[in-house]
Write a protein that binds this ligand. Structure first.
Ligand code: NAD
Length: 382
């Protein structure tokens, strides 16, 4: 029987083609690559592609999203995986520091966790690397002067923006809502916080599933765009008062807090799609005097009871919904194949010295975007 990891690997056609090329060209010969990225089937395909290029790979996951089958599969392929699934920030910190203790030449980071910690204990042989997310770019761009090495930000590639953040996250957040709650979207009032690429895709996917979607976005230009796209743009209190489902996709902390408890509708479903679990301030909400109880119900759903009898349903504890709950699938294989092909090509460019030392926290170079786009069109649509 083939496993889901085998299915994913077999369908990551760009990565398979790159792995075949890397096996011949060996861009990472004698190099160690340290990674701190969600450990799930698609990252397995990426890490094995890097290994095919001659790298020693030492990996750990992100908070809460590590899938044990992925860890087992990687270990069986001689990839050094540090730690296991954890929601404990201290434990996670230890795992990240252990990856750095192997002194990797390249870092593949997700959220800036590795590069930020590298600054606590620097070493010369670090060539640079990649950062996957918006949240990581924001964090690391403040540290440019100290980092002083090429770091290419995958998220800032137009390919990542439309293929993964917009189209794929929109689909997978909808899929996660349906999978975890088994509730209908039809006619429900869905309120999306943030109208960046991720929020745009979520809003469109829920509208395509016959929900009535509104958007809260502080940037007036993006708010106007949401309005032109046909979404309601109420002020946040008004939006929250009517919302059956609230989804955060901002990259910011404390988007929904205990201050919103009075306006939330009975049985509202709260979902976070942003990278860090802090978008919904779960601890602050739980500590509020208006909370009378908490039931950790069927997988992925926590019901918070308020003293006035209202209930709030929180999905996946406020962690990124599309990588939590029962049988999380994450984003579509095609979108991740594209994003991870960008990762593999960017790491190759840093390893081969095809970047300049000034490329510290900069977008993927245009030539890499073009290379990956051409390859995808040829393989998938040719
Ligand atoms: N779930 C996933 O699979 C997945 C995939 C990619 C990115 N992400 C994460 O999703 C988040 C958003 O990514 P993006 O690329 O759309 O970012 P972005 O920066 O392009 O957009 C975020 C938007 O949120 C708005 N915003 C900020 N604070 C807000 C608030 N308090 N209320 C309402 N809106 C607010 C900003 O003005 C901005 O327009 C990030 O944390 C990113 O890491 C998740």
């Amino acid at each position: 029987m083939t496993s889901r990891i085998d299915w994913v690997r077999a369908n990551c056609r760009l990565l398979l083609a790159i792995a075949e090329e890397f096996a011949a060209t060996q861009p990472f010969r004698d190099l160690t690559i340290g990674t701190g990225i969600h450990l799930e089937p698609k990252t397995v395909a990426l890490l094995l592609t890097l290994k095919a290029g001659g790298a020693r790979v030492v990996s750990t996951g992100n908070l809460n999203s590590t899938q044990p089958e992925a860890v087992e599969y990687l270990r069986a392929q001689d990839i050094d995986v540090v730690g296991d699934r954890t929601t404990d920030e201290r434990e996670h910190d230890e795992y990240l520091r252990e990856v750095l203790s192997r002194r990797p030449h390249l870092l593949l980071d997700n959220g800036g966790d590795l590069f930020a910690r590298y600054l606590d204990d620097r070493y010369e042989q670090l060539l640079g690397g990649t950062e996957e997310t918006t949240s990581g770019r924001v964090r690391l761009s403040k540290l440019r002067a100290q980092l002083g090495r090429p770091i290419l930000v995958i998220n800032d590639s137009p390919i990542k923006q439309f293929a993964e953040n917009r189209h794929a996250v929109g689909q997978s957040v909808l899929e996660s809502f349906l999978r975890i709650t088994n509730r209908a979207t039809n006619g429900r009032n869905v309120l999306v916080f943030g109208y960046g690429s991720v929020g745009r895709g979520i809003a469109a996917s829920f509208r395509n599933a016959f929900a009535s979607v509104a958007v809260v976005e502080p940037d007036p230009v993006l708010r106007l765009e949401a309005s032109f796209d046909g979404f309601q743009v109420p002020d946040r209190a008004e939006g929250l008062r009517h919302a059956d489902v609230v989804i955060t996709a901002t990259g910011a902390a404390g988007v929904i807090t205990e201050a919103d408890l009075d306006v939330l509708r009975d049985r509202v479903v709260l979902i976070n799609a942003g990278h860090f679990p802090a978008e919904i301030a779960v601890d602050r909400i739980m500590a509020d005097g208006r909370v009378s109880g908490r039931r950790d119900g069927p997988e992925g759903i926590t019901t918070v009871e308020l003293t006035d009898g209202r209930q709030i349903h929180l999905l996946t504890g406020g962690h990124m919904v599309n990588l939590g709950g029962p049988r999380p699938l994450g984003n579509s294989i095609e979108s991740m194949d594209l994003g991870f092909a960008l990762q593999a090509r960017c790491l190759e460019a840093v390893a081969r010295g095809r970047t300049s030392p000034e490329d510290v926290v900069v977008p993927v170079p245009a030539w890499i975007n073009a290379l990956v786009a051409e390859a995808f069109l040829k393989l998938y649509r040719g």
